[in-house]
Design a protein around this ligand. Structure first.
Ligand code: CP
Ligand code: NVA
Length: 303
């Protein structure tokens, strides 16, 4: 695996390899066993959007692996003043051993990989959030014992999370159901691929989507970059909430996951979030372990 640009680029066996390594790294960290697989290496982290989990888990992850991480804000980089990504990629490739980027356009991430000569890891775009979904799959396996055959339901906006959950879930043999308004469906090409590749449903009936689900997932109604639409989105998504009524149609032992940050009273009620806090904060923790596995697989053997 050279880069992690989107989950569609990974084979199922590579996803399983990441999850297995992530489990091992988690176990070893808890037992005080260190693995300096990336000793002497430096990861540059470009953030064009805010972050708590991604920023901290990548930085701590590099430290755990014996390397170091540089936080690169667009306020400080020339990229913020219009230096093309094609040039930034070639320059940063001369100094760094890997780049993590969080930005708007998926194309920017793909171009960074195309023009640079070092591994590029996608830390979220408007199109997808692969690192989050690897942590989600790790958490599902941890809590449920297995992934294949389980039903994953996502309620809300057909956004970057929905896109990556569809791809990750289908590749791992899950049944995936999206409950979203007809006007805010996930990416059309991803849905077409999912319908042809596995058990996939997209409906505006959230009860149909959540029926017998093993995992109920939700995310904010207005993503980063959509702040101006927040009020309008509150009206559009008012019926797309994870609450006790919805959970009553899922399996009795269904998990609830949320990539966070959460808006209580919007996409999820406070009582459901608190009832499933154990799962949701395990999920947040697993960002660290899953990303360490991704960094090892992308950067370990690169000079
Ligand atoms: N879930 C997630 O990516 O969180 P941050 O935006 O805090 O990085
Ligand atoms: N859909 C959200 C995910 C945040 C982790 C966003 O893009 O803001």
């Amino acid at each position: 695996m050279k880069h992690l640009l989107k989950l569609m680029d990974l084979e199922t066996k590579e996803i399983i390899e990441i999850l297995n390594l992530a489990d091992q790294l988690k176990y070893d960290k808890k037992n005080g066993i260190e693995h300096h697989y990336l000793k002497g290496k430096t990861l540059g982290m470009i953030f064009q959007k805010s972050s708590t989990r991604t920023r901290v888990s990548f930085e701590v992850g590099m430290y755990d692996l014996g390397g170091s991480a540089l936080f690169l804000s667009p306020r400080d980089l020339q990229i913020g003043r219009g230096e093309p990504v094609e040039d930034t990629a070639r320059v940063l490739s001369r100094y760094l051993d890997g780049i993590m980027i969080r930005t708007f356009e998926q194309e920017e991430v793909e171009n960074l990989a195309k023009y640079g000569s070092i591994p590029v890891i996608n830390g979220l775009t408007d199109y997808c959030h692969p690192c989050q979904v690897l942590a989600d799959l790790m958490t599902i396996r941890e809590h449920k014992g297995s992934i294949k055959g389980k039903k994953l339901c996502f309620i809300g906006d057909g956004n970057n999370m929905a896109n990556s959950l569809i791809v990750g879930g289908i590749k791992m043999g899950m049944s995936v159901a999206i409950g979203c308004p007809k006007t805010h469906k996930p990416d059309a090409d991803i849905m077409k691929w999912a319908s042809e590749s596995g058990d996939f449903l997209c409906t505006d009936d959230i009860f149909e989507a959540a029926k017998d689900a093993d995992v109920v997932y939700t995310d904010v109604w207005a993503s980063m970059g959509e702040e101006a639409e927040a009020e309008e989105r509150k009206k559009i998504f008012a019926g797309y909430q994870v609450n006790s009524e919805l959970m009553s149609v899922a399996k009795p032992d269904a998990m609830v996951l949320h990539c966070l940050p959460a808006h209580r009273g919007e996409e999820i009620t406070a009582d459901i979030l608190e009832a499933h806090a154990n799962e949701i904060f395990d999920e947040a923790e697993n960002r660290l372990h899953a990303q360490k596995a991704v960094m090892v697989m992308c950067m370990k053997d690169k000079n």
